[in-house]
Design a binder for this molecule. Structure first.
Ligand code: SF4
Length: 513
């Protein structure tokens, strides 16, 4: 898969293959290897909503994957419920599933564009897509699974009964957990070495003459390996074409936003303003601030100063929990003056930036607090900085010490460090929430520091109404970035309705590998 250099004129080499007259034939299965890019025109609205929904789905897959045992009944049940809610294919044999399968297909390719940009994004995307694929494959009946394998050219020749008998003892000793009866009753397949490396490496199969003798039950390993290889290659190739897509002024802001995307409310509250007093902040920072903000507050109190990244991250968070502009000016000034900064200098320099972040200066943009993804993915802290996400940006030993100082028990610390090691930073933060609030199930998927605060306050019974007032039906952050960027930058006529704005020929963005 790669991007074309001349988008308008090139004839796509891939087309969705139609197997018959029915459009249902385009997607014969409820799962795909996503070998063929979409070839139709879709509206910008649909493009964005598909992408956001798939991102939501992959977030849920990530959360379930680290908080439950994959493949258990509860895991499957929760994943099915999410697929259903987001209108993705959720049952292997569901009829009239064309729209869901189409959404699945297109949304996968859109996120490929957004998540090919860095090694870290690619790794995250592949992991979640793999988990999703594994779930879907295991939902297929044996018959459908067999058909799907044939469809993706992974149908291998079965070992004949005569050969099985001849090599029976070799098969038994090389296939862990198999006795003579298992050898007799199971079908084995001849799989070339290149497709069975993982099984050969861990000595799970009999290997002879360049072929692994794979029992049917181990086919999932082969399949997953194959899927991972294809997906990883496709993402690497897409990444090489990034400079081209970055010239598309309609897509570039959207895709770059998606890779930092937060799919929840933007916490740009107005009604809640003024409900927090400055005297409450110290106590709240311990009880209800997520570690990123707790760390910033502590650094500010100790050093009476924060560098720009910290002032932005913390200042907008405080704005989001309800500090008025006047309170913010008072709060920052009091602290900076303790650090021997001249009051006049504060008024001339720093006060402008605070007013700016409240939309009272410059372009008068009403900035919204940063989401976890934005904090985790952009502007990493340097020497002397305190912004960022401690789960992402702290050295593990320092993080451990920090958690100890927060009185997190040793078992909790090792659970958190394991999650951090697996790069599940937000899930690690959820674990921190559970441990500091003494709950066993956080009951929500953490995506935003202000969400952490609201949920904490609600749980502690402190500021009940905050939750209701803060939540607004917004699915992008910062709130002005997405639709506005598209509208402003779009080469399409401003008189077009959103439904009329079409991304012509999605296939123009993809070509065969
Ligand atoms: Fe802050 Fe989010 Fe990191 Fe938690 S996961 S510390 S809320 S950035």
């Amino acid at each position: 898969m790669q991007f074309n250099t001349s988008r308008r004129n090139k004839v796509p080499r891939y087309k969705v293959s139609r197997l018959g007259d029915n459009k249902e034939d385009e997607y014969p299965f409820s799962l795909q290897f996503y070998l063929t890019p979409p070839t139709e025109n879709i509206s910008l609205i649909e493009f964005e909503s598909f992408a956001v929904d798939r991102l939501k789905l992959l977030k849920v897959v990530e959360n379930l994957g680290v908080s439950m045992i994959k493949g258990t009944a509860l895991y499957n049940q929760k994943l099915e419920a999410e697929l259903k809610a987001l209108q993705f294919p959720y049952k292997a044999l569901l009829e009239n599933d064309y729209d869901r399968r189409r959404k699945d297909h297109i949304s996968h390719f859109i996120l490929r564009l957004a998540y090919c940009q860095t090694e870290e994004l690619r790794r995250w995307f592949i992991q979640q897509e793999m988990d999703l694929f594994r779930y879907r494959f295991t939902q297929l009946s044996d018959e459908l699974a067999k058909k799907f394998l044939a469809y993706v050219n992974l149908a291998y020749d079965p070992v004949s009964e005569t050969e099985k008998e001849a090599i029976g003892s070799d098969l038994r000793s090389a296939t862990p957990g198999f006795n003579d009866a298992d050898i007799t009753h199971n079908v084995f397949y001849l799989v070339p070495f290149s497709d069975s490396v993982d099984l050969v490496r861990v000595k799970r199969v009999y290997f002879y003459g360049g072929y692994a003798y794979v029992p049917q039950q181990d086919f999932l390993v082969i399949l997953m390996n194959n899927y991972r290889t294809r997906l990883s290659k496709a993402l690497a190739i897409t990444a090489r074409s990034l400079p081209i897509i970055q010239t598309d002024e309609r897509l570039q802001p959207l895709l770059s936003h998606l890779s930092h995307a937060y799919v929840g409310p933007d916490y740009s509250i107005e009604k809640n303003i003024g409900k927090i007093s400055l005297e409450q902040i110290d106590a709240l920072s311990v009880k209800s601030f997520p570690p990123c903000m707790r760390q910033l507050h502590k650094a500010l109190r100790e050093n009476h100063h924060l560098r720009h990244g910290g002032r932005m991250q913390y200042g907008l968070f405080l704005k989001g929990i309800g500090l008025t502009l006047e309170q913010a000016l008072q709060f920052w000034k009091a602290e900076f003056i303790k650090g021997k900064l001249d009051a006049d200098k504060f008024d001339k320099g720093y006060a402008y930036n605070i007013r700016h972040s409240y939309g009272k200066e410059g372009k008068r943009t009403d900035y919204t607090p940063f989401s976890c993804m934005k904090i985790i993915m952009s502007n990493p802290p340097g020497q002397g900085d305190y912004h960022g996400c401690p789960f992402r940006h702290s050295d593990p030993e320092l993080l451990k010490q920090k958690l100890q100082s927060y009185k997190i028990p040793p078992t909790g610390i090792s659970q958190i460090l394991d999650l951090v090691k697996g790069m599940h930073y937000q899930v690690a933060c959820q674990k921190y929430f559970e441990l500091t609030h003494d709950v066993t199930d956080i009951g929500f998927s953490l995506n935003h520091p202000n969400q952490y605060f609201v949920e904490s306050q609600q749980l502690l019974g402190g500021v009940k109404e905050v939750k209701k007032e803060q939540r607004q039906p917004e699915n992008s952050q910062p709130k002005y970035s997405n639709q506005k960027s598209i509208a402003t930058n779009s080469t399409l006529s401003s008189s077009n309705t959103p439904e009329e704005m079409e991304l012509e020929g999605l296939e123009d963005y993809f070509a065969e590998d």
